[in-house]
Design a protein around this ligand. Structure first.
Ligand code: KIV
Length: 278
């Protein structure tokens, strides 16, 4: 069992949380840094690194639950993983993804699901889509829950897109993306993730909206960047996308560590006297 404490004791003051207005005010300033975390160890790494935002992304379905896409991620999964991240009491704003179908069945249902994520410790929720999501977006905002938007390659639309494909290459598609970004920012989204779109389109959107854009596979013009934790540290398993820059190889290190322990067990070098209760 890990020796590091996850839960703060009741007497430990909770660090001051960075709020939504502070994130919104970063438009055009120092680039925002957001990273995914799905559990306490990855959240502690994000806290130690001093990122600006932690995203409990539904990418957890592909990265840690072994699914081919994000569509099988449930509200229960998101509540459980958001709670695990929140128990590390991050000073960062924790944004939780609304999973597929949790906001597609009417505003009442969407608000109830967003509220469950806030109850689990999220300070904001993220949902995919533009103009067609305006009704639920406004309803969630009316419940005083901040919303981050997500446009471009929206993984929950994998079937509609015909695969995980870069979006907005055609001028008509790019125009729609700009319109969607303006519509959701005017409705009150405090930031927008732009995923898998050409750099020029991301630049146009970033110019057109008053809120920060946070890019992933969207080039250099965005107001910030987000990556999946497992891609950064090399725990991805599968082939990482072109934009994912890897800074470590934890998967190889973990394999080596377990292999060394297995060799010690088989060679009767583990456990030692020091690792034994007498
Ligand atoms: O689920 C996720 O991790 C995301 C990021 C890729 C932005 O939505």
């Amino acid at each position: 069992m890990s020796s590091s404490k996850v839960q703060a004791s009741p007497s430990t003051p909770k660090p001051q949380q960075v709020g939504v207005p502070a994130i919104r005010d970063r438009k055009g300033g120092e680039p925002l840094v957001m990273v995914t975390a799905y559990d306490a160890p990855s959240a502690r790494a994000a806290i130690a690194a001093g990122v600006d935002l932690i995203l409990v992304g539904d990418s957890l379905g592909m990265v840690v639950l072994g699914y081919d896409d994000t569509l099988k991620v449930t509200m229960e999964d998101m509540v459980s993983h958001t709670s695990a991240v929140a128990r590390t009491t991050p000073p960062q704003l924790v944004v939780a993804d609304m999973p597929w179908t949790s906001y597609h069945q009417g505003a009442f249902n969407a608000v109830a699901n967003a509220a469950r994520l806030v109850g689990a410790g999220a300070g904001a929720v993220k949902l995919e889509g533009g103009t067609k999501r305006l009704e639920v977006l406004r309803a969630i905002l009316d419940a005083e829950i901040p919303v981050m938007g997500h446009l471009g390659l929206t993984p929950q639309s994998v079937h509609a897109m015909g695969g995980f494909r870069v979006q907005g290459r055609r001028p008509d598609q790019a125009k729609l993306l700009v319109e969607d970004a303006i519509a959701i920012s005017e409705s009150g989204c405090f930031a927008i993730v732009l995923e898998g779109i050409p750099e020029g389109v991301a630049a146009e959107i970033t110019e057109a909206v008053p809120v920060p854009t946070i890019g992933i596979g969207a080039g250099r013009a965005c107001d910030g960047q987000v990556l999946v934790f497992h891609d950064i540290v090399g725990l991805g398993g599968t082939r990482a996308p072109r934009f994912a820059r890897r800074y470590g190889d934890l998967e190889a290190l973990a394999g080596q560590a377990v292999a060394q322990w297995a060799a010690d067990v088989r060679g009767e070098r583990y456990p030692s006297a020091n690792e034994t209760y007498l």
